[in-house]
Structure formats: C-alpha cells, structure tokens
Design a protein around this ligand. Sequence first.
Ligand code: ZN
Length: 148
Amino acid sequence: MKLFKIKKSKIDKNGLYANRDIKKGTRILEYKGKIISVKKSETDPKFDNGKAIYLFNINKRYDLDGDFKFNLARLINHSCEPNCEVLGSGLKIWIYAMRNIKKGEELSYDYGFSYDEDYKNYPCKCGTEKCIGYIVREGSRWRLAKKK
Ligand SMILES: [Zn+2]
C-alpha cells in the first residue's frame, strides 16, 4: 500500500496525507528534481526571491530544483510543528518521518525560511499549537514571539 496520498489540504491547496500509520524514521518519498549548479541557482532570476521554496542545497557545488510536477514532495506543506524532515543522502533528498505519523495525518516539514523583513508575505496556516503565524524556520521563531 502506498504510504501517502494527495488530498485537498486545510493548510494550503493540496497536501500529502499518510495513507497508513508511518513509523518514525521511515523514508517516505524522494524529493525529486533537477540537479543544478550553485552558480546557476545564484544567477538564475527564477530563484531570485530569497524564498525559493523548492530549492535545496545539496553541497558546495550543487542545488536541487524541485519545482516540477513530477516532484510530489513539493505538495507537502510547511508546519510550525512538522512531522517530517528533509534529509540529503549523496545527491538525493528524501522526506523522512521525524515521529510516528497516524493514518490520515497531513505530512509537513519546516520550510526553513529565514527571518527577515518580508516574513509577513508568508503567513502560516498550519493550525498547530506552536503556530507562530508565519513561515519562519524554527531557530528564528523566537524573534516573532518577542514581537507579540
Ligand atoms: Zn504554523
């Protein structure tokens, strides 16, 4: 049985949902895309917004551009209290369960946006208890908490 299915999300548009119970540490799906050089991602206007949601750094020389329809992992929404994490292995990137996930739960991970002056353009609707209201990576959320 497939581990996940695509469903309309309460957070944003479509999302991926656990199709059965998933154990912590399970490799759920590959974050597919095209390998591009860091040089290209730094100069291509496509990525010129500082918040390239689908761009992952692999190493000093390469990034992975996941902005393609065939990359189902791009449908996973951000959450302030995620149940998945994104980990690289060689030139591949995988979505792992960072805790036990129950059938029917929406899969999510921390988009890892840095905190800067345009954070207000990226509201978060994850609805978890820890939600800070904006998509900002965990290590920077205290800056928002302070402002409240
Ligand atoms: Zn949130």
